[in-house]
Design a protein around this ligand. Structure first.
Ligand SMILES: Cc1cc2nc3c(=O)[nH]c(=O)nc-3n(C[C@H](O)[C@H](O)[C@H](O)COP(=O)(O)OP(=O)(O)OC[C@H]3O[C@@H](n4cnc5c(N)ncnc54)[C@H](O)[C@@H]3O)c2cc1C
Length: 482
C-alpha cells in the first residue's frame, strides 16, 4: 500500500490539543514510477538556473520599439509572447525595474493552477482561468517544466460550509471546469487520511507549477526570438508623447539617482502589478480609480519528513470578503521551496507595497491606504476578519489553528517558516474586492493601455490574459494581422 502509518503521541500546542494518528503518503503524485518529466528532475537546479538572464546588461542595442511593455511579471511576459506570436514584424521591449523578471507576485505565490471554481460565470476571470489552465499545462509539458495535475479538495467542516461547496460546484460547472465531484467524509478520508471533513469538492484538474520558472522560460523564448529585448533594472518613471505621436519612457535603476535611460515606442502596455495605479497616473490614466491595496501572505512549509501529510491541494471554503483568505496546503514542484508542501498564506494588510515583512513601512504607501475610501469600507465591513489576519500573521499558533481545522494532525513541530508573497488587490466603491481583471484603455490619446487589476488567478490565466490584452491592443492600436 501507498501509506505508511505512524503513530504520534499526544501533542499540545497553545491553540489546540491534538491526538491523532498521522498518516503519511510515501510519495506525492508524479513521484516514483517512471522518471518524472520536468526540467528540474531531468537536469537539476543548475539547468533551471540557466533560465536566469545571463547578462542583464546585454540588450539588442536600440531604443526604438513598436511596443513597450512595462512590468516583467507573468502578465507582461505572456502578453509580449502573444504579441510576437500574432505579429511577426513587431519588435518589442519589456521594461522591468528589478534585476530579473518575476521578482514580485509572480515569483512569490502558491504555485497553484486553479481550475476555475471561484469566479462569477461569464466574467473574464472565469473564462481566462479555465482557458489559461489548459494553456499552462500545455506550455509546461511542451517545455519540460515541472507541473503536476495533483487535484484539490475544498473542504467543508460542517453543514453550513457544505452549502458553499455546493455553490462552488455549480459555479465551477457553469464555468466549464471538468471532473468536479462533491464527495462525502468517507471518500475524503480515503483520498486524504489526515483531512477531517463534513464533505468536500474534489477538483481533479487543479494542479501545481513553478510560475517563476515558467516566467524565466517565457523570457528566454522572447530573447531567443531576436525581436524582443528585456531591459531589467529599468524602472519607468515618466511617460511623454513625442512630436511624432509616439511614447517616450524615461526611467532608470530603482531608487538610484543614476543616469536617465530612455526608450521610445509606438504603443505602451503597462502590467505593473503592485504599482499598476501609480503607473496609470504616470501615463495620464485615472490614478484616483482602482487604487491598489497590498496584502502579505506568509507561508510555513511542512518539514521534509512530513511533506506528504497531504497529497493534494487542501483548501478551506472561501471565508468571504473577496480576498483570498484561507490557509491552505499545497505540494510544490518548486526547487526554491525545497519541493516541500507549503501551508498558507494569510492575507495581512502591509504598510509598504513590497512589504514582505511586517515592519516594512513606507509612509507614501500607508498614506495611500489611509486615503482609500473603498479599502476602509472593506476593512470596516470585515473588521474581525481583517484583525484576525494581522494576528495570524504574527502568531504561529493562530496560523496553525487555521490549518488544524481540517488537518487536525498538524502540529507546530511539523512546520518551518517558508516565504511571503505580497498580493495586489483593487477594491470597488463600497469595499468589495474587484471580482474581475480590469484594463484601462485609450490613455494618452490612445497610445497606452494599462492593466489595472490582475490578482489571483492571474498566473494560472496568464496566457489567456495575454490573448485578452492583445485583443484589446489590436482594437485600440489599430493593428492588422497579415
Ligand atoms: C501569496 C500569493 C499567492 C498567490 N497564489 C496564486 C496561485 O496559486 N495561482 C495563481 O494563479 N495566482 C496566484 N497569485 C496571484 C498571482 O501571483 C498574481 O496575480 C500574478 O503574479 C500577477 O502577475 P503580474 O505580472 O500582474 O504582477 P507581478 O508579478 O507583480 O509583476 C509586475 C512587475 O512589474 C514591475 N514593475 C512595477 N512597477 C514598475 C515600473 N515603474 N517600471 C518597471 N517595472 C515595474 C514589478 O517589479 C513586477 O516585476 C498569488 C499571489 C500571491 C501574492
Amino acid at each position: 500500500m501507498y501509506r505508511l502509518i505512524l503513530t504520534r503521541r499526544l501533542h499540545t500546542t497553545n491553540a489546540v490539543k491534538v491526538t491523532q494518528k498521522v498518516k503519511l503518503f510515501d510519495q506525492l503524485p508524479g513521484e516514483g514510477g517512471k522518471v518524472k518529466k520536468g526540467l528540474e528532475e531531468l537536469l537539476g537546479p543548475l539547468r533551471a538556473a540557466n533560465f536566469q538572464n545571463p547578462n542583464p546588461l546585454k540588450t539588442v542595442g536600440y531604443d526604438h520599439f513598436d511596443v513597450a511593455i512595462v512590468g516583467g511579471g507573468i502578465v507582461g511576459l505572456a502578453t509580449a509572447r502573444e504579441i510576437l506570436k500574432r505579429y511577426p514584424d513587431i519588435k518589442l521591449t519589456v521594461l522591468e525595474k528589478e534585476s530579473d523578471v518575476a521578482g514580485q507576485q509572480t515569483g512569490h505565490n502558491s504555485g497553484v493552477i486553479h481550475a476555475g471554481l471561484y469566479y462569477e460565470p461569464g466574467s473574464e476571470m472565469a473564462h481566462t482561468c479555465v482557458r489559461g489552465a489548459d494553456l499552462m499545462y500545455e506550455y509546461c509539458e511542451k517545455n519540460d517544466l515541472p507541473v503536476e495535475r495533483c487535484g484539490k479538495l475544498v473542504v467543508a467542516c460542517n453543514k453550513k460550509e457544505h452549502e458553499q461547496v455546493e455553490k462552488l460546484y455549480r459555479q465551477g460547472t457553469a464555468n466549464g471546469v471538468k471532473g468536479l465531484e462533491i464527495i462525502n467524509s468517507d471518500k475524503v478520508t480515503e483520498l486524504e487520511p489526515n483531512v477531517k471533513a463534513y464533505s468536500a469538492l474534489y477538483s481533479p484538474n487543479t494542479g501545481i507549477v513553478n510560475y517563476w520558472l515558467v516566467s524565466q522560460c517565457i523570457a528566454d523564448e522572447l530573447r531567443k526570438s531576436g525581436r524582443a529585448d528585456i531591459k531589467t533594472s529599468f524602472e519607468a518613471k515618466k511617460f511623454e508623447k513625442t512630436y511624432d505621436g509616439q511614447v517616450r519612457i524615461l526611467g532608470g535603476e530603482k531608487i538610484m539617482d543614476g543616469p536617465t535611460l530612455s526608450v521610445t515606442a509606438k504603443h505602451v502596455i503597462t502590467c505593473a502589478g503592485l504599482y499598476s495605479d501609480r503607473l496609470a497616473t504616470l501615463t495620464g490614466g485615472n490614478g484616483r480609480k482602482h487604487k491598489i491595496v497590498s496584502f502579505r501572505g506568509t507561508y510555513y512549509q511542512l518539514k521534509p519528513e512530513y511533506r506528504t501529510l497531504v497529497k493534494r491541494n487542501i483548501y478551506p471554503v472561501p471565508s468571504g470578503g473577496g480576498i483570498p483568505v484561507g490557509v491552505h496546503f499545497t505540494p510544490t514542484v518548486d526547487v526554491r521551496r525545497g519541493h516541500q508542501t507549503i501551508v498558507g498564506p494569510g492575507a495581512c494588510i502591509t504598510f509598504s507595497r513590497e512589504g514582505y515583512r511586517f515592519f516594512d513601512i513606507k509612509i507614501k504607501d500607508v498614506w495611500d491606504n489611509v486615503m482609500n475610501g473603498a479599502f476602509w469600507s472593506f476593512a470596516i465591513k470585515n473588521f474581525t476578519l481583517s484583525l484576525g489576519e494581522v494576528y495570524r500573521d504574527l502568531n504561529k499558533n493562530a496560523f496553525l489553528k487555521s490549518g488544524q481545522k481540517y488537518v487536525p494532525a498538524l502540529t507546530g513541530d511539523m512546520v518551518e517558516p517558508s516565504f511571503a508573497g505580497v498580493m495586489a488587490q483593487v477594491f470597488e466603491k463600497g469595499g468589495v474586492a474587484a471580482g474581475d481583471f480590469i484594463v484601462e484603455r485609450n490613455v494618452m490619446d490612445g497610445l497606452i493601455l494599462n492593466v489595472r487589476n490582475a490578482p489571483s488567478p492571474a498566473c494560472t490565466a496568464s496566457f489567456a490574459i495575454g490573448e485578452m490584452i492583445t485583443n484589446c491592443a489590436e482594437k485600440d492600436f489599430n493593428w492588422k494581422q497579415q
